[in-house]
Design a protein around this ligand. Structure first.
Ligand code: FMN
Length: 203
């Protein structure tokens, strides 16, 4: 039972969420969980100006995902920072390289799920996740979100990400906020929830 956590992160917020998603998935017996990054597409000079190079060193050890790896997984949980209310270009480019997999129906029946990070509370976390689901549905994947059984998404006593569509974190305009305990708990819940569904489907 193989669960892949495939993500892009520029400053580390999505990376921290990905670690929590992987932790949650590993709680399910028999789950073999791997983390993968999608390839960078921005030139080094641009990344330097965006002050991303230093931040990205912290997760440079996570292997880069090859598109063919997707076919060997039972579930793929994708993570992306929001870009203008959508997934980031790095993730879009990665997904646009999966045409051969689509042609073979290689992802049909696999479980797919999405988590996100955005700078602001209402800057498009939900639209990022929901619009990402379209690609998963074109691949014939079974889309899984974050059920309200994760009660942390009901909280109004603190600023928090998380919706029925998937876990999310709010990074702040300068990336100054790190994922909160509640957001990490949502990510862990989503990872475990996906792995449990795969368990039920494959046993
Ligand atoms: C080109 C660009 C577009 C962005 N668009 C949005 C946006 O629409 N809404 C928002 O809240 N944040 C937006 N952000 C902020 C990122 O979502 C934020 O930096 C990211 O979630 C941090 O996650 P990371 O550390 O994993 O990269 C944008 C950032 C960039 C560079």
């Amino acid at each position: 039972m193989k669960v892949l956590v495939v993500y892009y992160s520029m400053y580390g917020h999505t990376h921290h969420m990905a670690e929590a998603v992987a932790e949650g998935a590993k709680e399910v017996d028999g789950a073999e969980v791997e983390m993968r990054r999608v390839p960078e597409t921005l030139p080094e000079g641009v990344l330097r100006r965006m002050r991303a190079l230093e931040a990205q060193k912290a997760f440079a050890h996570i292997p880069i995902c090859g598109v063919d790896e997707l076919a060997s997984a039972d579930a793929i949980i994708f993570g992306t920072p929001t870009r203008f209310g959508n997934m980031c270009g790095q993730m879009r480019q990665f997904l646009d390289a999966t045409g051969q997999l689509w042609a073979k129906g290689a992802l049909v029946g696999k479980v797919g799920s999405v988590f996100a990070s955005s700078a602001t509370q209402h800057g498009g976390q939900e639209s990022t996740i929901l619009s990402f689901h379209i690609t998963l549905l074109h691949h014939g994947m079974i889309v899984v979100g974050l059920p309200y059984r994760f009660q942390g998404q009901m909280r109004i006593d603190e600023v928090t990400g998380g919706s029925p569509y998937g876990a999310s974190t709010i990074a702040g305009g300068e990336g100054e906020r790190q994922p909160s305990e509640n957001e990490l708990a949502a990510a862990r819940f989503q990872g475990k929830h996906v792995a449990m569904i795969v368990y039920k489907l494959t046993k």
